[in-house]
Design a protein around this ligand. Structure first.
Ligand code: NAD
Length: 356
């Protein structure tokens, strides 16, 4: 099995190195090839997603991705900015289903800004559609308003759109995921206001009939934002569109206290995927050896489960991470009094040791 390893910028190379260390220790038949992406690729090849990197990603069975971006690239033209590499990979590889688990380990409840009884043991999954919605709908642009109270003034406009097949395929992904969990799907929309959401709700309800063993509920996005901080444990799987998912998945991430703990996966229709931590390249701490590699290590576990069909090895990594937390080992971002502060590399070593 071939893995494309794309470390990227900032803390990317440091945290990916630890995930690779863990994967190597499992002694699986994996071949891993590394290529530059993001700002690192722009510096070498003049583009954030050079053809050689894209070819490697296309030919691989899965992609392990660090993070991209640095403020020093902010003045580049939009199409050359590091973040375009992620959009390019999503587009070229047709990655349409984003999995963002939000898990709050009992040992880390103190890191959350919410009360321990609200977040302790939290384990929810947000399934976000990644290819459609207002981010990609056309027409969009900035023009002079053709009518209305402010006719003639400059206005920005975007188009929210979802087709039935797009909603259907993400619905199937969410229901299948729920079958491996607690068999509950909450579909989040804004169908009291948006036509797009009305169709979304109609299609979700129709697809649910094929999954009579899974319970479907619907919730407006504003209520979902409230329930996520009031009673997050009432959810199992949340399925939603690109815009709402973008916002709710970050909200859910922060419930757990540290963004350094959360993995993510973006899958195509054959379960080939790109696996990356939920956080960015953290240029403020890059090169200091203090970044938390656990989100990337847990992303590697997701890769073994979803793309490489190695659930037992995925579980081994997840159990090892849990053990390390129980041992009281912490990187700076999750450190609390009474625990032991360790570096990025020491955390990788501790996970390897805990694999047993
Ligand atoms: P960020 O997630 O990089 O950092 C936010 C804060 O969290 C920072 O204080 C950072 O030090 C901390 N942090 C993040 N990951 C951490 C880790 N593993 N361990 C310890 N602390 C960690 O978000 P930002 O500062 O808004 O963005 C920085 C750059 O990352 C920007 O260029 C942005 O465009 C890019 N970005 C990339 C991705 C991606 O590659 N998928 C996602 C988001 C942001």
């Amino acid at each position: 099995m071939n893995i494309a390893v794309l470390p990227g910028d900032g803390i990317g190379p440091e945290i990916v190195a630890e995930a690779v260390k863990v994967l190597k220790d499992l002694q699986l038949p994996l071949s891993m090839e590394t290529a530059p992406v993001g700002g690192a690729a722009y510096d070498i090849a003049g583009h954030p997603l050079p053809p050689a990197t894209l070819d490697l990603a296309k030919s691989a069975d899965a992609i392990l991705f660090g993070a991209v971006g640095d403020w020093k690239y902010d003045t580049l033209a939009r199409e050359l900015r590091p973040e375009q590499a992620i959009l390019g990979l999503r587009k070229h590889l047709a990655l349409f289903a984003n999995f963002r688990p939000a898990i709050c380990y009992q040992e880390l409840t103190a890191a959350s800004s919410l009360k321990p009884e609200i977040v302790g043991g939290l384990d929810i999954l947000i399934v976000r559609e990644l290819n459609g919605d207002i981010y990609f709908g056309s027409p969009k642009g900035i023009r002079n308003a053709p009518d209305g109270l402010f006719a003639g003034a400059r206005e920005g406009f975007d188009t929210m759109r979802y087709s039935e097949p797009e909603i259907e395929r993400i619905a199937h992904v969410a229901f299948e995921a729920a079958r491996k969990r607690h068999r509950k799907v909450c579909s989040v929309d804004k169908s009291n206001v948006l036509e797009t959401s009305q169709l979304w709700r109609e299609v979700m309800t129709r697809v649910a009939k094929e999954y009579s063993d899974v319970e479907l509920s619907h919730m407006y996005v504003d209520n979902a934002a409230m329930q996520l901080v009031k009673a997050p444990k009432s959810f199992d799987v949340i399925v939603t569109g690109n815009l709402f998912g973008d916002i709710l998945s970050d909200e859910a991430a922060m419930l757990t206290g540290s963004i350094g703990m959360l993995p993510s996966a973006s899958l195509d229709k054959n379960n080939k995927g790109l696996y990356e931590p939920s956080h960015g390249s953290a240029p403020d701490i890059a090169g200091k050896g203090i970044a938390n590699p656990l989100a990337t290590i847990l992303s590697a576990a997701m890769m073994l489960r979803f793309s490489l069909n190695l659930p037992k090895d995925a579980q081994r990594i997840e159990t090892a991470v849990q053990k390390v937390l129980v041992q009281g080992l912490r990187t700076a971002d999750i450190y609390t009094e009474g625990t032991q502060k360790i570096s990025t590399a020491q955390m990788g070593d501790a996970v390897v040791k805990a694999l047993g």
